[in-house]
Design a protein around this ligand. Sequence first.
Ligand SMILES: Nc1nc2c(ncn2[C@@H]2O[C@H](COP(=O)(O)OP(=O)(O)OP(=O)(O)O)[C@@H](O)[C@H]2O)c(=O)[nH]1
Length: 429
Amino acid sequence: MAVPPQRRDDEQTKKEENIRCLPLLDNFGFECFPRQLVHRSIQQGFSFNILCVGETGIGKSTLIDTLFNTNFKEHKSSHFHPSVGLKVQMYDLHESNVHLKLTVVKTVGYGDQINKEASYRPIIDYIDTQFEAYLQEELKIKRSLIKLHDSRVHVCLYFIAPTGHSLKSLDLVTMKMLDSKVNIVPLIAKADTVSKTDLQKFKSKIMSELAGNGIQIYQIPANDEASASVNSLQECLPFAVVGSMDEVRVGKRTARGRQYPWGVLQVDNESHCDFVKLRNMLLCSNMEDLKEDTHIHHYQRYRCHRLTKIGFADVGPDNQPLSFQEIYGAKRQEFSEQCQREEERLKQRFVQRIKEKEAEFKETEKELQDEFQHLKRIQQEKTKKLEEERRQLEEEIIAFYKMKADFEAQQAQQAQPASNLKKDKERKK
Ligand SMILES: Nc1nc2c(ncn2[C@@H]2O[C@H](COP(=O)(O)OP(=O)(O)OP(=O)(O)O)[C@@H](O)[C@H]2O)c(=O)[nH]1
């Protein structure tokens, strides 16, 4: 363990003054405070949530594998998704006695649609959903924020295509929409495909375009200890990264890198790409700062917006501080007035609807009456006509029977002389 400079000076002075010091068996007093934190953190474990935004096949999975030196076994996405989606994966990683709960969220189908207008929407919705889950837990009476799995996104790795030219409008729009919600760390993906001189120009172009469009990216904080390296990190943005899990031969040893016909690119070599700088920044020096920034700035902004929307305020219209009790009372009053207004409105609407329905029924009743009268008239006329026809038919029947009777009588008269003649002939015989 490195000895702090102050302690080294003290030891030097004591040596010079020939003072014999007994070494302490253990630390005591408040110099043990940091140890407690380390112990508690190791016991609790760490969690870190990374969001990777970039076009399909730009190298997101490979970079995550390379960062954590683990093959997470990813399936390649198709280029034919109708809309942008997100894939959430959680991993439990261990390194010595440190346990890390890692959540990696990757875009699926980003940049593949013809209409890219709302490509950022699912990403924003995901970030907001995680903030909302945390807020809901925070607002509970019995809350357990320590046990809660904090799924808020701590860093967004934005993968820029290595065109060597400039940012695409999709990149600008998405980063603009995301910058108030998450810490954006821009990366030039597959940086091995851009020459060194082009890369420098590309980096400057990207940074000036980001500044020109007012896009806020994550500012690597300058602390006293490592201000020099932080400055160099800040100057390196956007990090030009290369990902690979392949072991390649470099002289007598092997290293992770990409083998080309003209040579080898080592991902862990700082003169080849910025991968090591990115890994150090993300995992060694700035993970806690990224988490703190997420909580203090991005989450607070979301929380403030949500609570204001619900109606909470720290000060009243007269700029005087308001207590929770006062806000609750005012809100309750406002709500009951709103309920009354709504009830009144619904009553009026109900009465109005009843009147309208009554008028409709009356109209329909009148129409039915008219229809009934009309049908009745037609019926009466038909009955009258049928009566007339019946009468005529009865007269015809009577006439027919009369004719029949006459005809029979006539027949009978004609038959009488013939029978008399026959009788006479029989008598003569
Ligand atoms: N030249 C070069 N190729 C890379 C680099 N990183 C990844 N690749 C290659 O690019 C291809 C796609 O890489 P992936 O990591 O699957 O890309 P991805 O963005 O995760 O893809 P999806 O999840 O399917 O959207 C693979 O063939 C990788 O070998 C890189 O830094 N340089």
